[in-house]
Design a protein around this ligand. Structure first.
Ligand code: GLC
Ligand code: CA
Length: 529
């Protein structure tokens, strides 16, 4: 890695704090910043040092905080501004950095900007959002649909126009063609960085700018099979050429970069584009985003060549420019999705050896699987509003189990906001911390290795082609990372092997100069000079 691309985040390990379910500090059943402050000791022990905190701003919670009603304050429910200041201070004292979650594509319909915009056609804020007249047939202005099902338009009786929303009607899309909107966000970014925040995870970063004429979307070239009645899959029946990934969005980030750079702030985009050629422009030129999540590994089949292909594609985008994840608050947990915690750790091991910034999602380090949430307790609008219970994101958002006892240490309230589910004592942080063979201890060892070995950050990446079926392997300087995704054991020849520096199954050893990898295991081997 060159001097130019090495920054303060190079070599750090990220961790997504899904705030509402991390730790409840005041006993109301909802995670908050006081709870987070009290658990920073744990995160420091785990070794992660780049925290992304999901939205902590005042919100009517139509989409659990991704509907922001005030970008300048921390919600009282999470402890208010003082609690964030405490988290920042205490995190910084432990050499951890903190990213807030910035939601610039849309606001809450309760944001004063939208209230003003909606109040009349002549309001100065009218043009801050995307308002249009009815189509000639009296219906919505175009054929766009919401990610959460149904049309991307809602009619406002009072002013006789429709507002555009790529998500819920309560999440009206901002008009990024309006320079006042751009200025408002540049101001927000500067202010939060000046308040001690270290950067931002940018929500839906590919969608801010729309085609100025808002034309109808063409049908998808190869639409995915839609389950009958699955409202959400309608989104995939279109080619999203006018509502997302418009070239103008790169100019937005160029300007943000100019604001962030003098303040040393990190811009990490949720750029949900799983094609290398379309994602690359967001991060390649050293003038837009610093990092973008690479989401392709979330959909990969458990098959060596497929896994290698998506990892190599991400690693090839630009030097150290992607952030790696196996799980998040938006998808089924890797342990469930891939078929067991062994596999989740194999994928995490492969990611921790690659250039870029690996992230863990809270609970991943405990080997946690999804929790099936009864429809009567559902929270996610995808379930509650669109009726797509089979796609509900509640499964990965249930509270973190901290220790044996009532509320598993997450809360002292009688009921957490989402059920704990069937988590047991063995799932808790406290029990796993004391068990040398636990998932938690293995993840901790992996994070420690990543942070101790500059070669995993800096050395050139070389894929190894001559391996047994089912094996994925690459070299980074003095280290070799190998994983066996096959159904039976495999041997990986490692000339120059000195020792196993990390083993996902806790037991893999060298047999002479060969690594005997059981099925669904990964290891990092140190090579001699
Ligand atoms: C992002 C968030 C998701 C949210 C959506 C709308 O994808 O990760 O949780 O629902 O944006 O803001
Ligand atoms: Ca609370």
């Amino acid at each position: 890695m060159s001097e130019a691309t090495r920054r303060w985040w190079s070599g750090r390990v990220g961790y997504e704090v899904y705030l509402r379910s991390f730790a409840d500090g005041n006993g109301d059943g909802v995670g908050d910043l006081l709870g987070l402050a009290e658990r920073l000791e744990y995160l420091a022990w785990l070794g992660v040092d780049l925290l992304w905190i999901t939205p902590c701003f005042p919100s009517p919670l139509a989409d659990h905080g991704y509907d922001v009603a005030d970008y300048r304050r921390v919600a009282e429910e999470y402890g208010g501004d003082a609690a964030l200041a405490r988290v920042l201070d205490e995190a910084h004292a432990r050499d951890m950095r903190v990213l807030l979650d910035l939601v610039p594509n849309h606001t809450s319909s309760e944001h004063p900007w939208f209230r003003a915009s909606r109040s009349s056609r002549s309001d100065p804020k009218r043009d801050w959002y995307l308002w249009r007249d009815s189509a000639p047939d009296g219906g919505p202005p175009n054929n766009w649909v919401s990610h959460f099902g149904g049309p991307a338009w809602t009619y406002d009786e009072a002013t006789g126009q429709w507002w555009c929303h790529l998500f819920l009607p309560e999440q009206p899309d901002l008009n990024w063609a309006n320079p006042e909107v751009a200025e408002a966000f540049e101001g927000l970014i500067a202010d939060w960085l000046d308040r001690g925040v270290d950067g931002f995870r940018i929500d839906v970063a590919h969608a801010l700018v729309k085609h100025p004429d808002l034309p109808d979307l063409p049908p998808a070239a190869s639409p995915a099979e839609a389950a009958p009645g699955d409202l959400l899959s309608v989104f995939d029946r279109f080619e999203h050429v006018y509502d997302t990934n418009r070239p103008g969005v790169l100019e937005v980030y160029r300007r943000w970069r100019a604001v962030a750079e003098p303040r040393d702030g990190l811009l990490l985009g949720e750029v949900y584009l799983t094609d290398v050629a379309t994602l690359a422009p967001y991060v390649v030129d050293q003038d837009g985003l610093h990092l973008a999540f690479w989401f392709a590994p979330l959909d990969v089949a458990w098959e060596a060549s497929a896994v290698r292909e998506v990892l190599a594609a991400g690693a090839g985008i630009a030097e150290g420019a992607v952030a790696w994840i196996t799980s998040s608050h938006d998808v089924s947990r890797a342990a469930t999705r891939l078929g067991g915690p062994h596999r989740a750790l194999v994928l995490a091991t492969l990611q921790h050896g690659l250039p870029g910034v690996p992230f863990l999602y809270q609970g991943e380090e405990l080997g946690l699987a999804d929790v099936v949430v009864d429809p009567s307790q559902a929270e996610d609008p995808i379930a509650v509003r669109a009726g797509a219970y089979h796609r509900s994101r509640d499964v990965c958002r249930t509270p973190l189990p901290w220790e044996p006892g009532p509320g598993l240490g997450f809360t002292s309230a009688e009921r957490p906001w989402l059920p704990m589910g069937p988590r047991g004592e063995a799932d808790t942080v406290a029990v796993q911390r004391d068990d040398p063979g636990s998932w938690l201890q293995r993840y901790r060892a992996l994070v420690a290795l990543r942070k101790a070995e500059p070669d995993l950050v800096d050395a050139p990446l070389a894929w190894i082609d001559d391996v047994a079926d089912g094996v994925v392997a690459y070299r980074r300087g003095t280290l070799l990372v190998a994983a066996n995704l096959g159904a039976s054991g495999a041997t990986v020849d490692v000339p120059g092997a000195v020792e196993v520096a990390f083993a996902s199954d806790g037991g893999t050893v060298l047999e002479g100069r060969a690594l005997a990898l059981p099925s669904d295991a990964a290891a990092v081997v140190r090579l001699g000079p």
